[in-house]
Design a protein around this ligand. Structure first.
Ligand SMILES: Nc1ncnc2c1ncn2[C@@H]1O[C@H](COP(=O)(O)OP(=O)(O)OP(=O)(O)O)[C@@H](O)[C@H]1O
Ligand SMILES: [Mg+2]
Length: 368
């Protein structure tokens, strides 16, 4: 089962040095405001994804008096970097970041591939800002879908990268107002890869939906309508000739200086009856809905990849009331998911299984 066994964080925000031997079940990090709880969660997220959920500036992650930060995790998993499965191997993942450079290591070898770390350390994140998934523009929802597509379809990362490159070139050519034929050189690469991304996303959402219904029911049995996931491809509904649409919209693209249609414009709308989730659910229910989305992804991931994910939950009490905290913890335990949770008070987190629970106190970025 995928879980972090050892975590070392050095010179990362206010955390000068922390070593934690983690339990495969609940890991509870307790500390007052500004103790460094979010920073520890952020450190794991940065190791797994290469980016922070709080800042785009790497400099801010480095402890003020230092020039670089390091995050290291030993991850037990049966997932191998090569094509064969290696039962319960421990992988050593490392990241060192300075203001200008990032060095990644897997099992002692330097790698350029963040995707390699992401595959070995499949993490999901719930923070007090997670309901932004519903509130904000489509980017966060595309990232949500693409997390699943990436982990389930090995070819997705390559297709997505090729698409981004071709789209960038086409937009660049549009901005420079190059001759039409030169701009259209990129059309087939953009269209072919958009269609490949679209097929994977549709397949993923179709698989995810039954899980989402189950977790919505488990967390919000009071709801009388079930959720519908309405996928938008990023181009006109019913269009079966994307290349033709590119031809038709060429003049408008040229005027705007970018490509209007494509996989970069995809979105999902979550509807309860005729209403959008955001318009009909209470604030707490919106948070529970985001929990249901993450649990659905986690369950589907487990079924397809046969490895559980790791769930990071920052400030759980700020997210949910006591009843729903308990429900969520029960589900995480049933799903056999390692969870790393922060809280300002230990008493707010029920301990369901003391044998698989570790509790730490954090003060000024140090475990005390
Ligand atoms: N690069 C940095 N170097 C040193 N300290 C930093 C750096 N960046 C942030 N800090 C400080 O680290 C402290 C910990 O912040 P963090 O957000 O992790 O706390 P927290 O325990 O999550 O608090 P809260 O309960 O308020 O959410 C803060 O005092 C913050 O000002
Ligand atoms: Mg915090």
């Amino acid at each position: 089962m995928t879980h972090i066994t050892q975590l070392t964080v050095q010179q990362f925000r206010n955390c000068h040095q922390a070593n934690l031997s983690l339990s495969p079940g609940l890991n509870l990090i307790v500390g007052d405001n500004a103790a460094g709880k979010t920073s520890l969660i952020e450190a794991i997220w940065v190791l797994a994804t290469g980016r922070s959920f709080r800042t785009a500036k790497p400099q801010q992650l480095i402890e003020h008096t230092q020039t670089d930060c390091t995050v290291f995790a030993a991850v037990s998993s049966s997932f191998s970097t090569s094509s064969h499965h290696n039962p319960s191997k421990t992988h050593r993942l490392g990241l060192q970041k300075s203001a200008l450079n990032t060095t990644l290591r897997v099992d002692g070898e330097t790698t350029q591939s963040q995707a390699e770390l992401a595959r070995l350390l499949p993490v999901q994140l719930l923070t007090p800002e997670s309901h932004r998934l519903l509130e904000e523009g489509p980017k966060a929802r595309r990232q949500f879908m693409d997390w699943g597509c990436f982990h389930q379809h090995p070819e997705f990362a390559g297709v997505w990268r090729t698409y981004q490159r071709a789209l960038k070139q086409r937009n660049h050519a549009l901005k420079r107002r190059l001759p039409k034929a030169q701009i259209q050189l990129w059309d087939s690469a953009v269209v072919d890869n958009a269609l490949a991304i679209d097929a994977i996303r549709q397949d993923y959402l179709a698989q995810l939906t039954p899980y989402l219904l189950t977790f919505c029911q488990a967390l919000m049995p009071e709801l009388t309508t079930t959720v519908q996931c309405q996928y938008r491809a990023g181009w006109s509904k019913g269009c079966d000739n994307l290349l033709g649409l590119f031809e038709q919209s060429f003049d408008a693209d040229l005027r705007m200086g970018h490509t209007q249609f494509g996989a970069h414009r995809a979105d999902i709308r979550f509807k309860f009856g005729a209403a959008e989730a955001l318009d009909t659910l209470s604030r707490g229910q919106q948070k529970l809905f985001v929990c249901a989305l993450l649990l659905a992804q986690a369950s589907l991931h487990e079924k397809v990849v046969q490895e559980p994910i790791i769930m990071l939950i920052d400030d759980l009490p700020a997210e949910l009331d006591a009843t729903h905290r308990l429900k969520l913890l029960e589900l995480l335990q049933i799903l056999n998911i390692q969870h790393i949770i922060t809280s300002t008070a230990q008493s707010l987190i029920p301990i369901l299984n003391p044998d698989t629970t570790q509790i730490w106190s954090l003060h000024d970025g140090a475990i005390v």
